[in-house]
Design a binder for this molecule. Structure first.
Ligand code: KMH
Ligand code: ZN
Length: 302
């Protein structure tokens, strides 16, 4: 657990500065293949072993993914933040794919803060950083200011690019506070992911997406993720607004109404098709690295 909370400050009220991103350029497709919420028994295609995760990542890279957002599981396929397993996972993904490797620091709603901070010891290219506490179905996903603040400072120290996960509009204000108090992220590019449609968070509507995008810091890049039935509406709205896409079995298990997802690559293939239709085809992994300005860890790659 990080140090006790500082005295509340008034905090800067963010002016809505970010114009919707231009429609030019390609589309970063991030795949979130596993998550922490779904049981393997309920979704047999969910990648839970290292071999399954690497095979999924390879198939998703071939289908157009540029980055992989990783949650790992233990021997019983339960969510895990085991440090050795995390490090081995990063290494395996680096050796066997070219994807930008992003580790989740959100973990599951039951993971303690110290284990979530220790995720950075595995030296990923990127990590998720959720900008506030949010109701999460019947649970609460805890991200109090001291934790966020400590995690952000650690990303700067370790030269890891954070992806700011925004589950609600108020979290955009907390993102501005992070940037105001700690400065720019490693690499200088602020990259966000709007996670829309979580029960308790921001809905996956066009109005909500537009409001969130308007409030982002100037120059920020962003992707959007629609959970469950919000997957397609959010993807289409994000492309229309110049954003990037995150898809995967972490966020949806249904391909179309009543039809279960075959596997993660199927979701990436569809995202790549939508991006191509929008005349913003999927970015290569090299382009994804350049866009996110991740550290060159070539020495640690193949
Ligand atoms: N599993 C959720 C409680 C993240 O990866 O950073 C949190 C989550 C966000 O998935
Ligand atoms: Zn996640």
């Amino acid at each position: 657990m990080p140090a006790s909370p500082p005295a509340p400050t008034a905090g800067p009220t963010p002016a809505p500065t970010a114009a919707p991103a231009r429609r030019s350029g390609g589309t970063l497709i991030t795949v979130a293949p596993t998550g922490a919420e779904t049981a393997k028994a309920d979704a047999p295609a969910l990648p839970v072993t290292m071999a399954e995760l690497v095979a999924t990542a390879q198939a998703c890279e071939a289908a157009g993914a540029g980055m992989v957002h990783v949650h790992i599981r233990d021997e019983q396929a339960l969510p895990s933040l085991d440090p050795v397993r995390l490090r081995d996972t990063v290494q395996a993904l680096r050796e066997q794919t070219s994807l930008v490797v992003q580790l989740s620091t959100g973990g599951s709603v039951r993971d303690p803060y110290d284990a979530r901070l220790a995720v950075l010891d595995a030296e990923p290219d990127s990590c998720s950083l959720t900008c506030g506490t949010v109701n999460f179905g019947d649970d609460v996903f805890l991200n109090p200011w001291p934790f966020m603040s400590e995690l952000y400072a650690l990303t700067q120290e370790r030269e890891i690019v954070p992806e700011f996960e925004l589950f609600d509009l108020g979290q955009v204000a907390a993102l501005h506070r992070l940037l105001d108090e700690h400065g720019a992220p490693y690499g200088g590019q602020v990259h966000c992911d709007l996670v829309m449609g979580v029960p308790g968070g921001i809905p996956g509507t066009l109005d909500a997406l537009a409001a969130a995008v308007r409030a982002l810091p100037e120059g920020a890049t962003w992707s959007a993720t629609g959970v469950g039935r919000w997957t397609l509406p959010v993807a289409l709205a994000a492309l229309a607004a110049g954003g990037h896409l995150r898809v995967g079995m972490e966020d949806t298990l249904t391909f179309t109404r009543g039809v279960p997802v075959r596997d993660n690559a199927q979701l990436v293939e569809r995202a790549a098709q939508l991006a191509a239709l929008a005349d913003r085809p999927a970015l290569t992994t090299d382009d994804a690295r350049a866009m996110l300005r991740v550290k060159d860890r070539t020495g640690a790659r193949r």
